[in-house]
Write a protein that binds this ligand. Sequence first.
Ligand SMILES: [Cu+2]
Length: 319
Amino acid sequence: MVTGWPNLSNPADDTFFFILGISVTLLALNTGVMLYFVFRYSRKRHPQAEEVRENTSLEIIWTVIPMILVLAMFYVGWKGFVYMRTAPPDAMVIHVTARQWSWTFDYANGKETNVLKVPVRKPIKLLITSADVLHSLFIPAYHIKEDAVPGRETHLWFLPDQLGSYDLFCTEYCGVGHSDMITKVEVMPQKDFEAWYTGKKAEAAEEKKPAPKGPAKKAGAAPEAGEKLIQVKGCVACHTTDGTPKIGPTFKGVFGKKETVIHNGQEREITVDEAFIRQTLLHPEIDRVKGFPPIMPSQQGQLTDKEIEEIIEYIKELK
Ligand SMILES: [Cu+2]
């Protein structure tokens, strides 16, 4: 049950149980009548078969009753559909971008996260798109899902009525990292949400990790920013920072390393430097690191120059 909003139950559940009820009743009736006929008209009791030619009232009954039933199912389903497709006017709008293989949530004030944070008891409207292939956003706890389509904006809404953390994942097979496209909906008390949404403090406290110590950094490109970027932009779906290879090579210790890459179908050796990281971010097809599937998507248009700098600075510090 959804509370705090008129029309208090989840219309998808209502429709499901309505149709289930009708189906179970029909099953019971059909089975009952069938068993009755088996006994009543067995050869023993009824040796001579009779042909029934016409029975107008019977035909009207078996046309009208099913028609009423299917129209009722349509009505209940349609009402639920309209309800689920129409976000309340006061809903909070959050833009969602799906990409191989992560989610990004953009808020009206420019905040960007990869966990969907929402205040409790406030209707949330998600405007969904994809940066690459088809994905589908699924929040099982709210019984909602919607496709993420490149070049198009789809939408859905829900009312987070209880505090807690709920799964949010991709439910359309979108490549090797599909199963990594899992994150959370965090339903927060209104106050906590406000603090996170408006302030820097809450966020810094919550996302603080030991900052990597390293050589002096370039002005304007903070490795801390790079660390956050690789989370938000979903790099960590394929690349770890702890030295274990995943779908792609790990970032740890990669800077300055010699790697064998595939270049135009030929193997060659390169050293991972700033230019190589930049090239791989923008044109990953030029040099693919050997031993990994050729699936790194280009980040052209996804990352600004400054962000690329920040990521490079971060990778440099991951010794
Ligand atoms: Cu996906």
